[in-house]
Design a protein around this ligand. Structure first.
Ligand SMILES: [Mn+2]
Length: 351
């Protein structure tokens, strides 16, 4: 197949073993990172070498990183940003040295993603991540102690408040300016070492608690790609993140950016948008959610997409426990579903 099927692995502490991942039909690449080093610190080469070897021992390739986190001080453009950018570039060089071809990251202030519940039970007994506005409304992080699932628990409430007000002052244009500074420094380094940088959209793609969000819609993705017009400056097109805002036409976005060869990585997951704009993560199948996976895969195949694809979050099914969204079973079902769609579409369009 043209596309490169991949699976996220959280390292040795991940309850899902590389051996199990290697047993999924068609599985090629492992998406991982050095998770025990803080943002802003250099990744030890021994750790990268170890992942590479562990993957190879299981007949898998470690060639995609998710993610090298961007330090808040880079996003805020603070005094130490230049030093931190230097570290960031060094990490890109080190990843390249151990065979990495694609690096995912995001430019979201403070929180990587926001959900209100991680184990919402569906009628069939499976559980998944959800974002319900009626659980969200009335929460004010500047006044209340909030512990939403998935938020970095290493911050104290006081630190969260300080960060939120710093981003409030920075605003969207300030964040754009700091993103431009990041790209101007990082993309030439990535180009030099043969890595495609793939920005992950904001999840969800609209403001939460007044924090600025910029990687959210077509207009902003266009603006982002123009800052540095190079394939090394590409997208991690997460259909579930962009697709949980009804205003985003994800199918049209995939078409536009696949044609332009600006998608390095596809995150495939389905969400069901509810009437009030809340959303539930669902099984990958098109009929389970609001996103037409087959249409998206056909577009990719038509455009000879040869980048990375991974089944994004899965539900917890068959009694599995572990990291919410990152169990083995439902993501493996997602992978085989995607294999089927891609085989059909690639045979149809690449005769
Ligand atoms: Mn994603």
């Amino acid at each position: 197949m043209n596309m490169k099927l991949s699976f996220r692995w959280y390292g040795e502490d991940d309850p899902v073993s590389l051996r199990y991942i290697s047993q999924i039909p068609g599985m090629r690449s492992v998406v991982s990172a050095i998770y025990d080093v803080k943002p802003g610190e250099v990744w030890p080469e021994e750790s990268l070498k170890k992942i590479k070897e562990q993957c190879e021992a299981n007949n898998l390739i470690f060639d995609i990183v998710e993610s090298i986190p961007v330090h808040e001080d880079i996003k805020l453009g603070r005094n130490n940003a230049d030093e931190l950018l230097e570290v960031y570039c060094e990490n890109i060089r080190r990843c390249a040295k151990y065979g990495v071809k694609c690096v995912t990251y995001n430019f979201m202030p403070v929180f990587d993603w926001t959900r209100t519940q991680l184990d919402k039970q569906a009628p069939d007994g499976s559980t998944s991540l959800v974002m319900y506005w009626d659980q969200m409304r009335g929460l004010d992080p500047l006044k209340d102690d909030i512990h939403l699932p998935g938020w970095d628990s290493s911050y104290t409430q006081q630190q969260v408040r300080e960060l939120i007000s710093a981003y409030g002052e920075l605003g969207e244009e300030g964040l754009w300016k700091n993103l431009e500074r990041f790209l101007t420094k990082v993309i030439p380094v990535a180009e030099d070492c043969g890595i495609r940088m793939a920005i992950h959209p904001d999840d969800p793609p609209y403001p939460i608690f007044g924090l600025p969000r910029i990687i959210t819609n077509e207009e902003n993705l266009d603006r982002f790609l123009k800052i540095v017009d190079s394939p090394a400056n590409s997208l991690c097109l997460c259909v579930g993140s962009l697709g949980c805002a009804e205003s985003n036409d994800v199918v049209a976005m995939v078409e536009k950016y696949a044609k332009a060869d600006r998608i390095a990585f596809m995150h495939m997951r389905n969400v069901k948008i509810m009437e009030d704009g809340s959303f539930e993560e669902r099984a990958h199948l098109s009929s389970c959610g609001s996103i037409d996976m087959y249409k998206i895969v056909k577009i990719l195949a038509k455009n000879n997409f040869d980048g990375y694809v991974r089944p994004d979050h899965g539900r917890m099914i068959w009694g599995e426990t572990g990291k919410p969204g990152y169990g083995l079973f439902d993501r493996a079902l997602g992978a085989t579903y995607l294999n089927g769609l891609f085989e059909a579409a690639e045979k149809e369009y690449n005769k």
